[in-house]
Write a protein that binds this ligand. Structure first.
Ligand code: ZN
Length: 242
C-alpha cells in the first residue's frame, strides 16, 4: 500500500514540523508526547543511531513502539545495513522510515522491502519510504532511488551528535534535490534535518521544504510547550496556515 494520499496532503499544506523526541525526558515519554499533541504537532521524529554509521548510539525499534500517540511516527535510521532492520521499525508502528544510502550497498533493496510493508497503525495509510543523505554526499545519489521513495531528507549537520550549526550549503542542496524530484514527476516530500533553531526556523520554513526536523529547539531546557508552540507557529506562518 502506497502512502500517496498522506504524501499529497503533507506536500499540499506544508511545511510540517517533525519533532525529535530523543532530547525529551524519556522517563516521561507519554507526557512528552501528550505535550506535543496538545501543542498541535503532527509528527514525532526518532533519531536511530547504531554507533557505527555515525558516532552516536541511541535507541532502536522499541522506543518507536513505546510511543503511544496519535502523531505520525517518523523513524530516521542512521544505521549500517538498514535493509536488515527496516522491518522491525514497520512492526514498531513507524509511519515514515528514512534510511541512509551511505549505510548500505543496497539502498534500492531496502526500499523495495519497505514497499511491501503494511503500516501497523493503519493499513490504509501506507509507509512513507525515505532516503536521507549526509552533508558530504552528492545530491545526485538520490536520482536512481526516486522511483522507490516518497521522501527525500537532506541532513544539514553531520549525524552523530547535537549542537551543530546548520551548514550553509544545505540551501543549495535542497534546491538541487527539489529539481531532481520535480524531474522525476513523482509525489515526493522534501525534508531537512539538523541545526534547526528558534533563530532560523522562519528562514528554513521559507526554503520550499515539506518537512522540517527539530529536536533540541523544543526539548532542551524547561519550556518545551512554549518552544513547540513557537516552532509550530513559524511553520504554520510559512505555510499560510497561521
Ligand atoms: Zn533525524
Amino acid at each position: 500500500m502506497a502512502a500517496s494520499e498522506l504524501v499529497a496532503r503533507l506536500r499540499r499544506d506544508g511545511p510540517h514540523l517533525s519533532i525529535g523526541i530523543l532530547t525529551a525526558d524519556l522517563m516521561l515519554l507519554g507526557a512528552e508526547l501528550a505535550l506535543l499533541e496538545h501543542a498541535g504537532a503532527e509528527i514525532v521524529h526518532t533519531d536511530v543511531m547504531d554507533g557505527v554509521f555515525c558516532p552516536g548510539l541511541t535507541l532502536g525499534a522499541p522506543i518507536v513502539k513505546a510511543q503511544r500517540t496519535t502523531l505520525l511516527k517518523d523513524a530516521h535510521l542512521m544505521v549500517m545495513a538498514p535493509e536488515d532492520k527496516v522491518e522491525a521499525f514497520v512492526a514498531a508502528g513507524a509511519d515514515i522510515i528514512a534510511i541512509h544510502p551511505e549505510g548500505t550497498r543496497h539502498p534500492h533493496r531496502a526500499l523495495q522491502v519497505l514497499a511491501k510493508a503494511v503500516n501497523a497503525n493503519d493499513p490504509e495509510r501506507g509507509i512513507i519510504r525515505g532516503i536521507s543523505i549526509n552533508p558530504g554526499t552528492p545530491v545526485e545519489v538520490i536520482t536512481p532511488l526516486l522511483d522507490e521513495v516518497e521522501f527525500v531528507q537532506i541532513l544539514a549537520v553531520n549525524p552523530g551528535w547535537g549542537g551543530q550549526a546548520f551548514i550553509a550549503s544545505t540551501e543549495t542542496r535542497l534546491a538541487h534535490a527539489r529539481e531532481l524530484i520535480a524531474a522525476s514527476g513523482r509525489e515526493i516530500l522534501l525534508g531537512v534535518d539538523g541545526g534547526v533553531t528558534r533563530a532560523n526556523i522562519a528562514q528554513i520554513a521559507g526554503l520550499g521544504v515539506d518537512l522540517i526536523v527539530t529536536g533540541s529547539a523544543v526539548f532542551d531546557g524547561k519550556a518545551a510547550a512554549e518552544n513547540a508552540a513557537f516552532m509550530l507557529d513559524a511553520v504554520r506562518t510559512a505555510a499560510g496556515r497561521a
